[in-house]
Write a protein that binds this ligand. Structure first.
Ligand SMILES: [Zn+2]
Length: 496
């Protein structure tokens, strides 16, 4: 058996000013290809890691032309998209495969295309009309017809934080191998509901998504080979943004449709529970301070979620950090401000020396009208690293992360992490690699929404969501939607 495996992942925030050139998929160079890609992905807790394990267990020959993943940002540059899809399609054209296993996100927008994944699958099908294709997708996929119509099997994550990437790949790949052997004949049904669930309300540890994902799992008992509920990615002004579902059965299209309809109806019924209520920033930080001054163990976590880089944030807004300092919180660690220029200044100053820096506020955000000023800070350079660490998991276990040159600036009240590549803090090693123990802090500010819970959710004595400034704004009124299908909840149907 011969299997083609490829990863091409990007969640595109169409409001983000952060550029997405090819280098973003390759940590500064080209994305990994061939043996380097295989070696980097083998043994990791990713869908690609699962595909490799399945292929090796089956004794299959593996062809892995591309392993490309970029942190969320603005639309993918056309040249980058062409490079990546050419790499995959060139192997498809050589032919001789029994199956194709793709690790995609499902919300890739390019400079020219709304549906990067669907266009890739259409192109593969135009080259090779028959070879079965498995696709694993992120729960934040914005699903398009071309994705489902040109794949044999589509399966999405069931958890957010995404701690089941590997399981998802394993399920998608297993169904495909059974289809290749003739054991099953996958039939799929998909659809969407006119709703944009708020990302802060999408966690699978609470309802309504917990119940929806449990229902997906239970559908295995009723004949579903896989049932996936995608909460979708709302910070994308594209026609199919929002919630969707795919159900795969063994040849029973009617059953697939019935189970899909049930998932979509249940989600629509719970739409009000997916709405997030914003609290004024000053109130949030004051509440965090009160929590931190009360007796208890573990830090109070302040989430600067309007600027989560893993949803396309610039990671350089400082409004939340400024309010934390203004209200006099101390024993704080802040992860992180993206500011390569400030990092270079701090490195030039050297460890142990004091420096005055103007951090953040350097990336213009045309989609957001509110100002995002830099923050003036003075502190001692406590640590300098190259920013490389390996995830301990559970999310993305084994994957190497590159924060780029990174420094810790100690202002006395706060240790501020400054980084040169966008990395969301969801793994404990992002702190430990810098010599910081977040468990020992009173306050931990994170530019994260939900994923941080994977690495250190259990350590928090309190969680305070802070409305700052950024392109992941929780106030949809700050964004101009022109292309998403209308009407859609809650943009047009807020009082239903
Ligand atoms: Zn996601």
């Amino acid at each position: 058996m011969r299997l083609l495996i490829a990863m091409m992942e990007h969640e595109t925030n169409t409001f983000s000013p952060v550029p997405t050139p090819l280098a973003r998929f390759g940590k500064g160079g080209e994305p990994l290809r061939g043996k380097a890609a295989l070696d980097a992905c083998r043994g990791t807790g990713t869908a690609t890691g699962a595909y490799i394990d399945l292929a090796e267990e089956a004794g299959a020959e593996i062809v892995l032309p591309l392993a490309a993943h970029a942190s969320p940002s603005g639309p993918v540059e056309d040249a980058a998209y062409a490079f990546m899809t050419d790499a995959i399609c060139a192997e498809v054209a050589r032919g001789g495969f029994d199956g194709i296993l793709l690790d995609l996100h499902g919300a890739m927008v390019t400079q020219s295309l709304e549906d990067g994944e669907g266009a890739l699958l259409q192109r593969i099908r135009s080259i090779d009309a028959k070879t079965p294709i498995a696709v694993s997708l992120d729960m934040h996929a914005n699903l398009y017809p071309a994705i489902v119509e040109n794949a044999t099997v589509v399966v999405g994550y069931h958890t957010y934080p995404h701690v089941d990437m590997y399981d998802t790949g394993r399920l998608a790949g297993s169904i495909l191998l059974r289809a290749i052997s003739g054991e099953v004949r996958p039939a799929m049904a998909w659809g969407n509901a006119p709703m944009l669930p708020h990302v802060m309300k999408q966690g699978s540890f609470e309802n309504p998504n917990q119940a929806l994902q449990r229902r997906c799992a239970a559908m295995a008992e009723e004949g579903a080979l896989a049932a996936s509920l995608f909460t979708g990615f709302p910070h994308a002004d594209v026609s199919q943004a929002g919630l969707s579902a795919v159900v795969v059965t063994d040849g029973d299209a009617a059953l697939a449709r019935r189970l899909r309809d049930e998932l979509l109806a249940e989600a629509w019924q719970k739409r009000q529970d997916f709405v997030f209520k914003v609290e004024p920033l000053a109130e949030s930080v004051a509440r965090a301070r009160t929590l931190g001054e009360a007796a208890g163990s573990g830090p109070v976590v302040l989430l600067d979620h309007y600027d989560n880089c893993a949803s396309g944030g610039t990671m350089d807004t400082t409004v939340v950090l400024a309010e934390i300092l203004r209200q006099g919180l101390s024993d704080v660690v802040a992860f992180a401000i993206y500011d390569p220029a400030a990092v270079r200044q701090a490195i030039a100053a050297g460890v142990g020396n004091s420096i005055a820096l103007s951090i953040g506020g350097k990336m213009a955000m045309p989609a957001i009208q509110r100002p995002s000023p830099p923050l003036e800070v003075t502190g001692r350079v406590k640590a300098i690293t190259d920013g490389t660490f390996r995830n301990r998991g559970p999310m993305g276990r084994g994957v190497v992360q590159f924060m780029g040159p990174s420094v810790v600036l100690d202002t006395g009240a706060a240790e501020i992490v400054l980084i040169s590549n966008h990395v969301e803090p969801y793994d404990l090693n992002c702190f430990l690699s810098l010599g910081i123990d977040p468990l020992a802090k009173r306050y931990v500010m994170l530019k994260s929404r939900i994923h941080w819970r994977a690495g250190f959710g259990e350590i928090a004595r309190g969680i305070v969501e802070c409305a700052g400034v950024g392109v992941c704004t929780s106030d949809y009124g700050e964004l101009t939607f022109r292309n998403v299908r209308r009407p859609i909840y809650p943009l047009d149907l807020p009082n239903e």
